[in-house]
Design a binder for this molecule. Structure first.
Ligand code: GDP
Length: 474
């Protein structure tokens, strides 16, 4: 019933991803939001009613407290005037700052958004020029970008979480809390424990109106380790292995510019194929890893698991047969040789299965670049196109692959992470979920004791297949 706006017809329900997205957006300003469902398989995971209600309340807080609101101006003035002493404000904020490549940034952004929901904070992003025009605004009638005029683009002179922890340990007192705190969650494995997952730290943090986060990690499992957040997360996500899948689809909509490139590429090369295979080849140490070793690894994995067919060594390629099944292969890599080699292999010979293999590689940037808008756009396009695959092969430990698998709800085949010419391993393993791996989980319980075996203490966390020190929720 189109005449009655309160009756949601089936089509709208699909468009809004089962209620994950809210209606009311100007459709022309973000075409992908309303069209993505035409390109993706519908997710078998319906958002829980509790997640939907939390998202709607978050949107309301963001609208009421976000940039351009009166509450924003009032709260920010208060915070700015009392940076080093505590202050109570109407609204609380969480500013996200970027670190590392776009994949790291996107998985971290999802974790940060979940933290914002759990703590009733408004999420604001320090999006530099390198990320302009990649994504649509996700929150109705507001923006998630930190206003240019904000003082908090500069983190100098802002107290750090590490110093606060030391002070707290020395004095056992949380008086004199600042109103702004910088938290670096960019763990390395040798850093001292941050105790971010502990109630005690969260009690302190919730008194501070503005937090500035820097991380490059998918720290969702550490929130799940917290006894206050755990029941909330469980209620929002009765299936715990789809947090990224749902929040990622909620947050990341390609801008109109990105969507034009994605949808045109998809229509031109991938739409008509009978099956779409995504292969993400990330080379972490190009200087020490021979190209041939990587190519052998990719072929060994895809042929063994029948993702791609063997070539028929006797017969050259011919176009004699009628109606052959077509598999389109999307290769994402910084290096053009991988797409070229695979394409050449299937151009010259028939396949034993009789399938036609078409190989496409949208870009080959050669090197990772930072602070480069066009480069990030290509990365976003590659991640999105990979996420539209029917089957996905990714490189172990690559967050670029995590974004594609999470958005696509795909359990990838994880290519062994080659750093030299070593070949004594299974070429790839099938992952058990589409969740990103949290590479550096806490090493200590809140009482300071070492966590010896993660999975015994936290039954909903499991070691990642691609990195045994890492964990993900199951
Ligand atoms: P990770 O380092 O593999 O975990 O992924 P990140 O996305 O965090 O960092 C790698 C960065 O290198 C990407 O963001 C891109 O800028 C670039 N890059 C790596 N692989 C590719 C690729 O296949 N395609 C494109 N376009 N860029 C890539």
């Amino acid at each position: 019933n189109d005449s009655n706006p309160h009756v949601v017809n089936l089509d709208d329900k699909d468009k809004l991803l089962g209620g994950l997205l809210t209606s009311g957006f100007d459709e022309a300003s973000c075409i992908s939001r309303m069209q993505s469902h035409l390109y993706r398989k519908a997710s078998p995971h319906k958002p829980s009613p509790y997640l939907i209600s939390k998202l709607r309340s978050y949107e309301e807080i963001h609208r009421r407290c976000g940039p351009n609101s009166r509450s924003y101006r009032k709260s920010m003035i208060k915070i700015e005037h009392s940076m080093n002493k505590g202050v109570a404000t109407m609204c609380k904020y969480l500013i996200w700052t970027s670190a590392n490549g776009l994949g790291n940034q996107m998985i971290d952004l999802v974790a940060t958004f979940l933290y914002a929901i759990l703590t009733d904070r408004v999420l604001l992003l320090k999006f530099g020029k390198d990320k302009h025009g990649l994504f649509c605004e996700p929150f109705l009638n507001s923006t998630w970008v930190l206003p240019e005029k904000s003082l908090f683009w500069d983190e100098k002179h802002i107290e750090t979480y590490q110093i606060l922890l030391e002070k707290d340990k020395a004095t056992n007192s949380t008086e004199d809390l600042p109103s702004v705190l910088f938290i670096n969650l960019q763990h390395t494995r040798t850093d001292p424990e941050k105790y971010f997952h502990c109630d005690h730290s969260q009690d302190i943090l919730q008194k501070i109106p503005l937090l500035i986060f820097q991380s490059d990690q998918y720290f969702v499992p550490s929130l799940f380790m917290n006894p206050f957040f755990k029941p909330e997360i469980t209620k929002m996500f009765p299936e715990k292995d789809i947090v990224f899948h749902q929040l990622g689809r909620y947050l990341f909509h390609p801008s109109n510019e990105a969507w034009e490139l994605i949808s045109k590429y998809y229509q031109a090369h991938l739409a008509k194929a009978d099956e779409r295979i995504g292969i993400q080849i990330r080379v972490f140490s190009p200087a020490t890893t021979p190209q041939q070793a990587i190519m052998d690894l990719v072929l060994s994995c895809t042929l063994k698991h029948k993702i791609l067919p063997e070539v028929d060594l006797q017969n050259s390629a011919s176009s004699g047969r009628k109606k052959q099944r077509v598999k389109a292969v999307l290769v994402a890599s910084l290096h053009r040789e991988y797409g070229d080699n695979l394409r050449a292999m299937y151009l010259k010979k028939q396949t034993v299965s009789g399938e036609v293999i078409q190989v496409y590689q949208p870009s080959h940037e050669e090197h990772q670049k930072s602070c480069d808008n066009k480069h990030n756009m290509k990365a976003w396009i590659d991640m999105y196109l990979l996420s539209l695959s029917d089957k996905l092969v990714t490189t172990s430990l690559s967050t670029f692959g995590y974004v594609a698998q999470g958005l696509g709800n795909l359990k990838p085949w994880l290519l062994y992470r080659l750093i030299d010419n070593n070949t004594s391993f299974p070429s790839c393993e099938h992952d058990f979920s589409s969740e990103p791996c949290y590479h550096v989980p806490p090493k200590h319980y809140c009482n300071g004791n070492l966590i010896k075996k993660f999975v015994y203490s936290f039954p909903n966390l499991r070691e990642c297949k691609d990195f045994s020190f890492g964990v993900k929720m199951v």
